[in-house]
Design a protein around this ligand. Structure first.
Ligand SMILES: Cc1cc2nc3c(=O)[nH]c(=O)nc-3n(C[C@H](O)[C@H](O)[C@H](O)COP(=O)(O)O)c2cc1C
Length: 372
């Protein structure tokens, strides 16, 4: 696909350098289009979206976060419901893309992380992408399986820690590393101060941080004599931004927000319409109930939370490890389930920095074609 296109001009030839977009290689997996659809919980990237992206030649990622929210026993036994749904959603995606590359996003911050990793491996996942904390134990949990393992990092510091840890403890490197920047959606791997610096000051230089991460990766590649593919994520919504990520050295891009407003996305139509309606000023940094910053659309729900209102919640569904149901201003599981079901005024509407740019519903193929 790499190439110099040669155009015949009057009397001579002109060479134009075309952007080099190579298939992504992760061990024995060859992904024709180097686009990873980022995992989106709760219920935004399930088997439908992941299958559609995999079918188009990218990597489709199912989010394991409270994936069983539609199962009849979810209130009584969320763990069993989630484990059952992991298999169901995987099978659904696999049916759509029998030859495609399909994986799971499993957040380290989740309670029962170990069980979800095991369920994803048993379901047949090709890859597990894991962030919201550093996946120090992931290689041990995946055991001897063939599944590819990909930590998400946001800073040179976190990249250094996880690469060193896996090197020392498991004598291995990740199969893929995802760098998620400050313009991403959902929970963000930065402090408020870091976000302010990267997004609002002249000196904020996230490309510099990406280069730092690449330096660390190159060091481990040299040591292991092995390529470590890297995906860059966060605010990539057009070909220019994708090209910029590839020019920085990325082997792939991870994209989420653009896939929300697709026909194939698993969310309710009213969630997609909330993106289509959103304007630049509606997209804000919010604090999740456990204190982590995230990005979302400022709706009636968010205004109530910001005004200090405590939102009543259902019995705990055991999602985040560090949550104390007695202390929280709202329940993140409740708020994200409302989002997936389209009850958008009672919901936490996670989105990326450029969600306001979406103007119409598209197909997965149209989105992918517009990126590379
Ligand atoms: C609605 C939404 C939900 C998300 N949920 C998760 C999640 O459950 N786990 C996770 O690791 N990342 C999550 N993310 C982050 C994405 O996987 C992705 O890396 C990031 O949003 C990429 O930036 P973009 O949305 O600007 O393309 C979410 C993003 C969005 C927009």
């Amino acid at each position: 696909m790499q190439g110099l296109r040669i155009f015949r001009l009057c009397g001579g030839f002109k060479k134009e350098k075309a952007m080099s977009i190579k298939p992504l290689k992760i061990g024995n997996l060859i992904i024709e289009k180097p686009i990873i659809q980022g995992g989106m919980g709760v219920g935004i990237s399930l088997g439908g979206l992941a299958g559609a992206v995999a079918k188009e030649g990218g990597i489709g990622i199912i989010s394991a976060a409270q994936i069983g929210y539609r199962e009849p026993d979810f209130d009584r036994d969320p763990l069993a419901a989630n484990i059952r749904a992991i298999k169901k959603e995987y099978d659904k995606a696999r049916k759509i893309a029998p030859e495609g590359v399909i994986g799971f996003n499993i957040m380290v911050a989740m309670r029962h992380y170990e069980d979800y990793v095991q369920a994803a491996v048993e379901a047949g996942a090709d890859i597990i992408i894991s962030g919201a904390g550093l996946p120090t134990e992931l290689p041990r949990l995946a055991g001897g399986s063939e599944v590819k393992l990909a930590p998400i990092v946001s800073t040179g510091k976190s990249a250094g820690v996880i690469l060193k840890f896996w090197d020392k403890k498991y004598n291995r490197v990740p199969d893929l590393l995802v760098i998620e920047g400050p313009k991403a959606g959902g929970h963000l791997g930065f402090t408020r101060d870091q976000l302010t610096e990267y997004l609002e000051t002249e000196t904020g230089d996230y490309d510099g941080e990406i280069r730092k991460i690449f330096e660390i990766v190159r060091e481990y590649e040299a040591r292991y004599q092995k390529k470590i593919p890297v995906a860059v994520a966060g605010g990539i919504e057009n070909r220019e931004q994708a090209d910029h990520a590839f020019a920085l050295g990325a082997d792939a891009i991870q994209v989420a927000t653009r896939f929300v407003t697709t026909q194939e996305c698993d969310a309710d139509i009213r969630y997609k319409e909330a993106y289509l309606r959103a304007e630049k000023g509606d997209i804000v940094i919010v604090k999740s109930p456990v204190g982590m910053p995230g990005r979302a659309i400022c709706n009636g729900f968010m205004k109530k939370v910001n005004a200090g209102e405590k939102i009543p919640h259902t019995a705990c569904h055991g999602c985040l490890r560090k949550c104390d149901p007695a202390e929280i201003p709202y329940c993140i599981t409740d708020a994200l389930i409302h989002a997936a079901k389209g009850e958008v005024e009672d919901a936490l509407l996670f989105c990326g920095a450029y969600a306001y740019k979406a103007e119409k519903l598209e197909t997965v193929k149209e989105v992918m074609d517009s990126l590379i």
